[in-house]
Design a protein around this ligand. Sequence first.
Ligand code: ATP
Ligand code: MG
Length: 392
Amino acid sequence: MKKYFSIIQSLCRSIINCDKELAFYQVERLANALKKDGFEKESQSLLATLRNAEKHQSIEPQQLSVSSIVSGEELYPNTPIPVDKETAAPILEVIFPQQLDVQEPLFEDSIRNAINSVILEWTHYGLLLQMKAKPSRSCLIFGKPGTGKTHMAKWMAKCVGLPIVTAKLDGIVSSFLGTSSRNISNLFSFANRYKCVLLLDEFDAIAKLRDDPQEVGEVKRIVNTLLQCLDERSSIGFTIGITNHEQLLDPAIWRRFDIQIEIPTPSNEVRMKLLEHFLKPITITDANVKFICWCMQGASGADIENLTNWIKRMKIISKNEEESVINMMRRYSLLNNGRINEEVKRLLELPNDEVCIKLMEAGISMRQKDIAEVLCITPSSLSKQISKFKKV
Ligand SMILES: Nc1ncnc2c1ncn2[C@@H]1O[C@H](COP(=O)(O)OP(=O)(O)OP(=O)(O)O)[C@@H](O)[C@H]1O
Ligand SMILES: [Mg+2]
């Protein structure tokens, strides 16, 4: 018992000081010490308790702890912002945590877990430093448009509780020749001086392949400045890069990021969650959710948000409250040609009885009862329609 006293004492201290990170660490230490002395069962039991607690530990935005550890000056709303010397336009924008009106984005579990592990690393920054573990500080997010990359970056910054310094990099590059490199240096100097998360959104605008034959000297200079700035920043603060065109990124830029996360287009299951989330306070039946999400195959989160805004507008102004979901999707398809895939468009053009047969063949786990709901008819009249159609 005496052997474990120092660990137990540290554990008690961390509990008294409400230091959850340290408490977790001390419990793990105790479990390891027990294992070493042959108390395998007790050690396993402690570790299981720990894992269970970690699993249920929600990742909530935190305001102070990281900010008090990260070095640099505090940012204030009146902190002067650097400007482009030619045009006097600000080269960056600061968003403070209290201005960030973002909720946790919806992703499949694997992506969510990956992102949460980065957030946990960043929010446990102090503990990692204390234990001489080098925390990752930079993260590259890539994926198709509208999949929630910017939203996620903002959520990460909100969890860490630091202001975001964000640069619209295409703006910086489109300035006069020669000033772009200086703007990039100024952007990084600003970010390195203050406690913040540096967000490089639409990163591909400047991080194009250096050997692109169309963009000579100037791009090379810009990319080299960027590489130097990223190297310097790697030991200073958190950086998030975002791009839709990861294939345009210079391999040397890729290497500068400790973590690289691809955000996929949402699966059917995630589309259903997004639809229900964005539709609030409106609720629709499970059958209608299933059908709409089937129609929105390949859609991004932003597409789903667009659809839900449209549904809300239609629900408010429509006099025909009993409109079936299929008719609603027919109208949406006509108004949003590019957002609906060809197969779905063709199906929506068919008369109801044919749609019904096709839906049953499509293998989307919709029962006859569900399809009747989508068509806004009773299951018995649907049965009649099907048998009539089959006879023809
Ligand atoms: N997975 C998601 N969870 C919650 N909201 C999402 C998700 N995906 C997209 N959205 C919503 O869609 C809109 C667009 O998202 P966002 O701007 O983050 O996309 P993006 O990937 O950065 O797009 P782009 O590449 O065009 O810049 C936002 O309103 C966002 O809230
Ligand atoms: Mg974006």
